[in-house]
Design a protein around this ligand. Sequence first.
Ligand SMILES: Cc1ncc(COP(=O)(O)O)c(C=O)c1O
Length: 369
Amino acid sequence: MDILPTINLKAQYESLRPEVEAAIARVFARGNFVLGEETQAFEQEFADFCQVSHAIGVDSGTSALHLALRACGIGPGDEVISVAHTAVASIAAIEMSGARPILVDIDPQQMTLDPHQLEQALSPRSRAILPVHLYGCPANLTEIVAFARAHGLFVIEDCAQAHGATWQDQPVGGWGDLAAFSFYPTKNLGAYGDGGAIVTNNLALAEKTRLLRQYGWQERYISASKGFNSRLDELQAAILRVKLRHLPAWNKKRQQQAARYDSLLATSGLILPVQPAAASHVYHQYVIRHTARAALRDFLAQHGIQSQIHYPVPIHLQPAYHDLGYSPGSLPHSEQAAHQVLSLPLYPELSEEALQKVCQTLLDFLADN
Ligand SMILES: Cc1ncc(COP(=O)(O)O)c(C=O)c1O
């Protein structure tokens, strides 16, 4: 039986092979492998794509979040408000800065940070809000940014899954003080290895981030401040430049596929993704919800269809994060989402035939259960 995967990076590579090989050859021929011309050019192109003034290429999305927090001067004794229904990296990055993550519940429909939870999470130690645009759908940026401004907090957007998504027709990344992107290979814009970027419209924050990325060097070997090694390499930057040119078309394709899923599953009884009126969702994942998820997932697997769970355990219930002091029942919507979510195959190269097979298999399961 042919297996239908949830993502197919080999198919993507085949469609890009000559462009990628030329980009790689260019880097090898130049012999400059870290923070060179390709990184600089990519930073400009990615800043333009996000409609912001500055982009700083780094070695992962986690580093991007970490440096964004550090650039705001956030550290030990500070609190950063975020969500438990996310990739662990969002919260790991807060702890890397030395700050304490304060986790709030999600909106049960959107599955992103519920702005109504912010008031009760606030304390004199609060310094920032870190909303996550999960699955490619922007969190409610209007309300989050308004709350942050009213209380003197920074907003650091976790855009790791949302390259090109918009809120009120404005790309994510420019709403907060800073934003972090991941270019992990499976992302809507993915490198062939790790990579990430920070974007901002604030020159002072951009300059601080650039220093933090490379040992605090103002000039070579002279550290003006303390920093890290979080550099982007030239091969990844060159590959990202190739892929960035295709990203708008890929995102459009994802949106068309999501619309097909929406229409074929409209009467299925499954809970389907919700796109807020202000948002343009870029469907990094197409996530359905069902109470009998395990049986549904097994049934798909028996029919050769892969699916994924993003994410099976909310951060506050993970063994490593018991010390944050939460317990089962602390964040009920996050816990319910973790029990019900299922990501279906969705990637630009997915065929209409394969998509129909996924829907028919889901409908067959639901007819008998
Ligand atoms: C929501 C979210 N935040 C942060 C990250 C971290 O990115 P990276 O894996 O590039 O460090 C990821 C990706 O793994 C993510 O999905």
